[in-house]
Design a protein around this ligand. Structure first.
Ligand code: SF4
Length: 99
């Protein structure tokens, strides 16, 4: 092996280390910036919220409702007898358990 082969390998290794460090640094910064708990809720208008039920469906039976008067998805005061287009009767935790 010549000395130029050795120095070329050394150079390639150092470039790889620098590239890996740069990639990890960028990913680390993005992970720190991502704060899902700070995601905004929908406005009541965007969710087409109404302060009365839609037939038998109402916020009080929706899994996104939070007692006494708020919602995980929609901002502002939410009535247990209200309703919006995100209404569901399935629990968000109940995924993939059906056969
Ligand atoms: S119906 Fe809409 S506003 Fe009411 S709890 Fe469910 S997601 Fe929230």
């Amino acid at each position: 092996m010549s000395s130029s082969d050795s120095s070329r390998r050394s150079f390639i290794k150092s470039v790889g280390v620098v590239a890996a460090a740069a990639t990890c640094g960028a990913a680390g910064a993005k992970a720190q910036e991502y704060k899902p708990q700070e995601q905004k809720k929908l406005t009541q208008a965007a969710a087409r919220y109404q302060d009365h039920p839609n037939g038998m469906d109402a916020c009080g039976t929706c899994p996104y409702f939070q007692f006494p008067k708020s919602c995980v998805l929609v901002e502002g005061d939410i009535s247990p007898t209200g309703w919006c287009r995100m209404f569901t009767s399935f629990s968000p935790l109940d995924r993939g358990a059906h056969q």
